[in-house]
Structures are given as structure tokens and as C-alpha cells.
Design a protein around this ligand. Sequence first.
Ligand code: AMP
Length: 179
Amino acid sequence: MRSFNGVTQVKKKSVELQSEPCKFRQTDQSKVVLNMADYTHILVAVDLTEESRIVATKACGLKSAYDANLSCVHVIEPLSLAYGGDIPMDLSTIQEQIHETAKSHLAEFASTLDIATENQHLIFGRPETEIDTLAQQISADVIVVGSHGRHGIALLLGSTANGVLHGAPCDVLAVRVGT
Ligand code: AMP
């Protein structure tokens, strides 16, 4: 009798599961698309290497798909952060040169993407922190960032994409670049 009951119970359960409404099937396709259309402001983070083009292409695809605004950001890591007190010399002149070079490279890059000057951001600091802070400030809905899909020790050490993802105030699209 017990095994009979057991079988009956299992059958009953499977019927209940089958009759459970499938959310995806029941949801109107157009509603799903509508939800995705929440993207109104995209922030693309560029390190101004060759790979930036791949990341920017994805960001532009999102921009056209959602008719959204597009902003871009490049973060300059202060030499003092990178080297601390290891180099006993005044780094301000070199830092100023780096800033000027980055400024013109960012402007050039942004103009190829049709990004207005006020949507181009050049910031000093740690990339992952500054990207997330800026996303918050400009109310970006999605950050587009490159990701190298690192393995082993490099993965343990982390990456900009990982850092951005962990502190992001919004969605993050990690675009696979390089190896
Ligand atoms: P990484 O993990 O440092 O190799 O960088 C991966 C991605 O993070 C790049 O493709 C950019 O999207 C972003 N990124 C890295 N460094 C910067 C930076 N200095 N400024 C803005 N974005 C950056």
C-alpha cells in the first residue's frame, strides 16, 4: 500500500508541475522586449587600446537598439598610485603630459562614435572605482566594459571588469576581448 501511495504521490506531483504556468511561455514577447528597453543611458569604459574599438562597437549596437544616450569614460591612474613613494622625484610634469595625451586620444576616439563633448569623461583614479562612481552620477543603466576571460592566477588577481561588476550601480555588459 505504501509503495502504491508513493507512486500516486509522484504522479500527482508531476501533474502539478506540468500544469504550473511557464512564466516565459505566458509572458507576452513584446513585454520582454519592453523591459529590455529600460536602457536609456549607456556608459562605455575605454582604456584607449586597440581593444577599445571592440568594446565601443558593442556599446554602439546597444545605443542604436535602445535609442539610448552614450557616454564614454577613460580613467587615468595617478602615477603616485602606481608607484607610491618608490620613485623619489616630482611626477607632476609627466602626469600632466599623460593627461594631455589621454585627453586628445579620448576626444578623437569619442568623435568617431559621435559622442558629444559633455558625454566624454576623463577622470583620475582607480578605473573600477571611478567607472562605477561615474555610472551612478550620470544615472547610466548599463556599463559596457572589456573582459579578457583570464584564467588561473590572473583571475585571482582580478580585472577591471570584475571590479566594475562588483561595485556597479547598474547592469554590466562584459565584452570578451583578446584572449
Ligand atoms: P583590464 O581588465 O584592465 O584588461 O581592462 C578590461 C576593460 O576594462 C577595458 O577593455 C576597458 O573597458 C576597461 N578599462 C580598463 N582600464 C581602463 C581605464 N583606465 N579607463 C577606462 N576603462 C578601462
